[in-house]
Ligand binder design. Structure first.
Ligand SMILES: C[S@@+](CC[C@H](N)C(=O)[O-])C[C@H]1O[C@@H](n2cnc3c(N)ncnc32)[C@H](O)[C@@H]1O
Length: 244
């Protein structure tokens, strides 16, 4: 398939049908806690720092490639005005179900985060982007759009896999095997795999340099590592500078 985004949409919809871990939605307890003023968003084993999410009530929040019925319902329960955009109808259906069940006014948009032209300039105070930039060939396109739709001083929180995820391959040997660094960055699955799975390994220059190059100031950075040592992910907070 020539269109990368059509293929990604198909891939993600298939994962939803197969119930992969990260398609799990918010629990009743998490929703009730958010309603009671305890909004907790997790990034693997870490919690998003509370000060990044403070004063959320009334804020205009865009969950960017953030469907799945997890973050959007939690933000809505915490009193934010929430819009979620995602390319996967299957993932968005989860938000639709929870919004109907919990009576939450979430605006649900099916679309590609490389083109946010359906949103006016400066229409959000916070953009929350769970891991998804690995499905985007050129992250600078997304960063420019995010900068445009954020209000001055607005906050962009994003999560993504660090380059180490893509640099190494597993090599089997008599001792059980080991990782070997074999790939140059940036990396694309299509160079090694014709299964139809599409994923991009971006450099930190593309991520952090891309944010600063788009006019953001990076004001926070955290990492977390899964059991598989090359599964290192980062979380960054960037703010749209006011120029004053
Ligand atoms: C790992 S999931 C993240 C959502 C989930 N709530 C979480 O916290 O893990 C990645 C999401 O990115 C979406 N996505 C991938 N490429 C996209 C694109 N170009 N435009 C919009 N959404 C996209 C997928 O459909 C999927 O819902």
């Amino acid at each position: 398939m020539d269109n990368v985004f059509e293929q990604v949409e198909k891939n993600i919809d298939n994962l939803v049908l197969n119930n992969v871990d990260w398609t799990a939605s918010a629990t009743k307890e998490e929703l009730d806690a958010a309603r009671d003023g305890r909004l907790v968003l997790r990034f693997w084993d870490r919690e998003i720092p509370r000060e990044w999410l403070k004063d959320i009530r009334g804020k205009r929040v865009l969950c960017l490639a953030g469907a799945g019925g997890l973050q959007a319902p939690l933000f809505a329960c915490a009193g934010a005005k929430v819009t979620v955009i995602d390319i996967s109808a299957g993932m968005l259906e989860k938000d639709r179900e929870i919004a109907a069940r919990e009576n939450l006014p979430i605006e649900i948009v099916k679309g590609n985060i490389c083109d946010l032209s359906m949103f006016a300039d400066e229409s959000f105070d916070l953009i929350f982007n769970p891991p998804s930039l690995m499905y985007i060939p050129d992250v600078s396109v997304v960063f420019r759009e995010c900068f445009r739709v954020l209000a001055k001083g607005g906050e962009f929180i994003l999560m993504a896999p660090a380059p180490i995820n893509y640099v190494c391959d597993w090599v089997e040997d008599e001792q059980g095997g080991y990782y070997k660094a074999v790939h140059r960055m940036p990396w694309c699955s299509r160079d090694f795999d014709d299964s139809g799975w599409i994923e991009y390994g971006h450099t930190m220059e593309e991520y952090l340099g891309g944010l600063t190059g788009s006019g953001f100031a990076v004001t926070g950075y955290l990492e977390c590592q899964a059991e598989d040592i090359t599964e290192l992910n980062f979380l960054a907070r960037a703010v749209k500078q006011t120029g004053e």
